[in-house]
Design a protein around this ligand. Structure first.
Ligand code: HEM
Length: 90
């Protein structure tokens, strides 16, 4: 686990779309995951996984495999929590 969790706003999440050398982050259940290291391991492939990059992935994720325990699988990728756009960062 990371030693602390980032507080991530929607606009920050949107930047992390896996393009232009940026890591791919997604939000699931209010938690933020850096899914970049998981990309090569996703059974559904890179293209499908990266559809949730830079955004809230709950809808896409649950449409395909709501039974998958993402928090358990991605515990090492957990980097933050979603906060409102204007939330204080301290
Ligand atoms: C399959 C994990 C996101 C599309 C799977 C499987 C796992 C997994 C464990 C195998 C499930 C099984 O065989 O029962 C994850 C994790 C995600 C994620 C941890 C975290 C973000 C997504 C997204 C999409 C997607 C966003 C599509 C928009 C698929 C598809 C399969 C699949 C299509 C089926 C592959 C097949 O059986 O041929 N995923 N997934 N996944 N996933 Fe994901």
């Amino acid at each position: 686990d990371a030693p602390y969790l980032l507080r991530v706003t929607p606009s920050q999440l949107k930047q992390m779309n896996g393009r232009k050398g940026r890591d791919a982050w997604t939000a699931l259940g209010g938690m933020v995951y850096n899914i970049t290291p998981y990309v090569p391991f996703h059974p559904g492939g890179k293209g499908e996984l990266l559809r949730c990059a830079g955004k809230d992935g709950n809808k896409l994720f649950n449409e395909v495999h709501s039974w998958v325990n993402y928090d358990n699988m991605l515990s090492a990728c957990r980097i933050g929590i979603m906060v409102e756009e204007n939330a204080s960062t301290v």
